[in-house]
Design a protein around this ligand. Structure first.
Ligand SMILES: Nc1ncnc2c1ncn2[C@@H]1O[C@H](COP(=O)(O)OP(=O)(O)OP(=O)(O)O)[C@@H](O)[C@H]1O
Length: 892
């Protein structure tokens, strides 16, 4: 049943002229609640505003309270929430109205007095609690506690019934007006005020007093709340002549009031997004502005021409606020619930007294003892150390005081005294608690094994975050698929699936794409090496290194580590094919050239010849490894290594290092299994002396390692001013004493970027101006090294630089086993480079995160360097996981 809407009641109050002010008649109250104000642009004309009530300078506090506030306060005894807030420019009389003075008490003392009178009149037992806090420079501070200068502020949260509350705020039970008065006066002393040019006692914060009244009727409990808010006044800093400190306060105040204006505007225009979250004050007022609370706004106005512009702005805002409609409801207390902070605090206390308490909760839940909320609570209380139980009587601070009831709501009309009717259904929470406990136990298990599975962490994301993240991955995946980058698209789809496993269509699409990728790879391999040489390993047998089967399409895991033993395998195959075709063309033209111009170095053999030369070696290797042939007698140029179950997965191609997927950080590469596989592969490498292709590969890997080491060094320090955009080319390792002038270390980044390399059979037709390809710039480096070695070998740099035969001869004597650390260094360095050179948009896409977070990462990388950033990420993740565990351990 929808309740009728209730517009916010707007009451206007004009304060009297102060002794320091010169009286005029720019603002005047007229009959029928009309306020007449001189037009600030043309004071011969007037503007009239109409409100629910209008009070002139002579109106006293009692009249305003009795006529307008008292009926509102009465509604809380129907189980509703009501809010009164004072709005106006600085010095307009807000604090005077809401707080008043000893001789002229304002709304707060009168309202609390009324509540206690109500208690005396009714025969009901009321539980009255107060909390009082301020929002100072967008941080929330508890005024019932002494001010702690080092404290950063309390967080604002939403409870199970989507009500906003301040987490960790203390609540005090009050049993008499006198007790409240003492408490309030002390707390008001904690509020931040300062003297400005416009007000000797200006409030520098928004102050919110909440009085909660709870009472039982038979088996049911009802709860009414009254929020009394003294907003800080908007300030024109030219007039207040604020100093630096006051300016900071002032800008926070003005900003939050600006957001308040936007909220009202959005509500009035029916905007889809109401910017409550843009300031703490509007977030707290959320329920009172367009929510389920009854609202009343007291608009305080300063008289006189001096304030005319401010007065006009205030009144325009107030007029708009009159259009805001609330839908008040009555609240029934369904069950008391502990807040997360409450539980955490309890958990700490319990931990200090030994793990007995926590075990009791866990055991109770696991044993199915706590099926319902009440039983759960009693188990927690039973598990609570004696000191804590004792510390929870009404009126005390701490976990018991922070306990918030979960409210069931029932639409009600504001004017009438709501009488509870139908029983409101209690939410069922047993299943949820069991699920949480399962998660907790899973995490505990993993933590005890010192390893946290990424899927467990995903588990703790909110559904909204999961959805957002999966959408991010999906968007990027679709783009990649459209571009034809199926491999990458697949990885992104898989990543999206982790966050949204319920998407059945996505699963089907991934399966299809996986098959497409396999077919494409196979086609590409066949094109490169011939059908007889291509095998697709079975995922189960491939773990045994070098095993082959007839058809990889039967495999559904799709997780392979490709290690190309000889010719590059997909995704570099296409490029390799093009390069080989180019070399073949050059050979043809060289053979057609006159004998005098023919290169003196040995001619590069055709790719097919190279493959044929390498084939027997591979055959030997395969035979030596497992002795299993494919039945077709041909050697397999590529082998796959199945990888699954590790935290991360990577793939190594002979020309590049790419990264597998990890929900935690797509750039993390590592894992004992990965290392072990890699080492095994390295140990079984064909001897470089016997296999020129392998020698070339070794050299490339060495070069990559060196590049990675240098890159790691560079990235360890933050970018220097002026070096705000380090790019790939900056990370190309330049050889010591490079023969190629364009690649010298002292060359500019731009020059290095344009670094050229000699074509295999360059000679007179050497190809210059080509950009160094490759993600790390490593290919350019490799080519450069070849040139040097060839140059050092016989002074025939241009002709023989790229000849594998020459190179094979060079490395034959010095094959060094590559250390695993080097591989990991390559991976890490590449990842860091990606982070470093990424712009905000790329970071957003890569990590599937929002702009604000991406900007933070970007700024962090710029400030501390990427390595520090990655280390920081790891540390934070570790801490976060521990925290999640601690909090969840206390859930039941
Ligand atoms: N109705 C009133 N009758 C008598 N004096 C008043 C009245 N309203 C305000 N004043 C006086 O005006 C001065 C400013 O009032 P007050 O401090 O309440 O303003 P404010 O709007 O709360 O300002 P700020 O936003 O800077 O805190 C005070 O000296 C107060 O005593």
């Amino acid at each position: 049943m929808a309740s009728a809407g209730h517009k916010i009641k707007v009451v206007c109050r004009v304060r009297p002229f102060l002794k320091t002010e010169r009286a005029d008649d720019a603002v005047a109250v007229e009959p029928n609640n009309v306020l007449r104000v001189s037009n600030p642009r043309d004071n011969t004309k007037d503007v009239k505003f109409n409100f629910d009530s209008c009070y002139g300078p002579d109106a006293d506090q009692a009249t305003i309270y009795q006529r307008d506030v008292r009926p509102l306060v009465e509604t809380i005894f129907s189980g509703m929430s009501a809010t009164v807030f004072c709005y106006g420019v600085t010095g307009a009389g807000k604090t005077h109205t809401i707080q008043g003075t000893e001789s002229e008490p304002g709304i707060i003392p009168r309202a609390v007095e009324q509540i206690f009178m109500h208690q005396q009149r009714d025969a009901l037992e009321y539980d009255i609690r107060v909390s009082y806090y301020e929002i100072y420079k967008e941080a929330v501070f508890d005024l019932l506690k002494p001010h702690d200068p080092g404290f950063a502020g309390l967080p604002i949260r939403e409870d199970a019934s989507r009500k906003i509350f301040v987490a960790g705020l203390s609540e005090k039970q009050v049993t008499s007006y006198a007790q409240f008065e003492g408490l309030y006066q002390k707390a008001s002393g904690n509020r931040r005020t300062a003297s400005t040019k416009l007000n000797n006692h200006s409030s520098r914060s928004h102050a919110i007093l909440t009085v909660q009244v709870q009472w039982g009727e038979g088996a049911r409990t009802w709860c009414g709340r009254l929020h009394l808010i003294d907003l800080a006044g908007s300030e024109d800093n030219r007039r207040t002549e604020n100093g630096k400190d006051r300016m900071a306060e002032s800008s926070a105040i003005n900003r939050s009031l600006f957001v308040l204006g936007q909220v009202v505007e959005a509500l009035n225009t029916g905007s889809l997004r109401v910017p409550y979250r843009d300031s703490k004050m509007t977030r707290i007022l959320q329920d009172s502005l367009g929510g389920e609370s009854l609202g009343m706004m007291v608009v305080n106005v300063a008289p006189g021409e001096a304030f005319l512009q401010d007065t006009n702005n205030t009144l325009n805002f107030a007029t708009k606020s009159r259009l805001v409609v609330n839908k008040p409801v009555a609240h029934e207390v369904v069950e008391p619930r502990w807040t997360a902070a409450d539980r955490l605090q309890h958990h700490r206390g319990a931990a200090a007294a030994g793990r007995r308490a926590k075990s009791a909760v866990v055991a109770a839940v696991c044993g199915g003892v706590l099926a319902g909320a009440k039983r759960r609570r009693s188990a927690e209380e039973a598990a609570m150390p004696a000191s804590e139980s004792d510390a929870s009587p009404a009126g005390s601070e701490g976990p018991a005081a922070a306990r918030r009831p979960v409210l069931a709501v029932r639409p009600a009309s504001a004017g009438s005294s709501y009488k509870p009717g139908d029983q409101i259904k209690k939410p069922h929470s047993g299943a949820a608690s069991n699920e949480i406990m399962e998660r907790v136990m899973r995490i505990e298990q993993q933590l005890s094994g010192a390893r946290l599975d990424s899927s467990a962490v995903i588990d703790f994301f909110t559904p909204a975050t999961k959805l957002k993240t999966s959408r991010g991955w999906l968007r990027h995946a679709r783009e990649l698929e459209q571009k034809g980058e199926l491999d990458k698209a697949l990885a992104h789809y898989e990543e999206a699936q982790k966050y949204a496993p319920e998407l059945g269509r996505l699963e089907a699409h991934i399966a299809k794409l996986r098959a497409r990728v396999r077919r494409a790879k196979r086609r590409s391999s066949i094109a490169s090496h011939g059908e007889a040489n291509v095998r697709v390993a079975d995922s189960a047998r491939a773990a045994g290194l070098g095993d082959e089967d007839a058809d990889g399409d039967a495999d559904s895991s799709g997780r392979f580590l490709w290690l190309a033993d000889a010719q590059p395998e997909s995704p570099g195959a296409e490029k390799a094919k093009r390069r080989q075709a180019r070399v073949a063309r050059q050979q043809q033209s060289a053979s057609a050239a006159p004998a005098s111009l023919a290169p003196s170095a040995p001619v590069l053999p055709a790719p097919s010849a190279l493959a044929a030369a390498a084939a027997p070696k591979r055959m030997r290797l395969l035979a030596g490894t497992n002795g299993i042939g494919n039945g077709k007698g041909a050697a397999a140029p590529t082998r796959k290594l199945s990888r699954s179950g590790g935290v991360t997965e990577g793939s190594v191609h002979d020309r590049r290092v790419s990264f597998g997927t990890s929900a935690l950080n797509p750039f993390v590469v590592g894992g004992a299994e990965f290392d072990a596989d890699l080492q095994r592969r390295l140990d079984r490498r064909p001897l470089a002396s016997a296999d020129p292709a392998a020698a070339a590969r070794v050299q490339r890997l060495e070069a990559k390692s060196a590049a990675a080491a240098r890159l790691t060094r560079i990235l360890a320090v933050p970018p220097t001013p002026g070096d705000d955009c380090r790019r790939d080319a900056d990370f190309v390792l330049l050889s010591d004493g490079s023969a190629d002038g364009s690649g010298s270390d002292d060359g500019s980044a731009a020059r290095r970027k344009r670094m050229t390399w000699q074509a295999a059979n360059g000679g007179a037709g050497a190809r210059r101006g080509a950009r160094v390809p490759g993600a790390l710039g490593v290919r350019g480096l490799v080519e450069q090294k070849r040139q040097q070695k060839a140059g050092a070998g016989g002074g025939e740099k241009e002709n023989s630089a790229k000849q594998p035969r020459d190179m094979a001869g060079h490395v034959a004597d010095g094959e060094e086993p590559l250390a695993l650390g080097q591989f990991n260094a390559i991976c890490q360095a590449s990842a860091l480079q990606m982070i470093n050179s990424c712009d905000v948009k790329k970071i957003m896409k890569l990590q599937g995160i929002g702009k604000r977070r991406a900007e933070q990462i970007h700024a962090c990388v710029r400030a501390d360097g990427p390595i520090a950033h990655v280390a920081d990420l790891r540390a934070r993740l570790h801490f976060k996981n521990k925290l999640i565990l601690a909090i969840l351990s206390t859930f039941a």
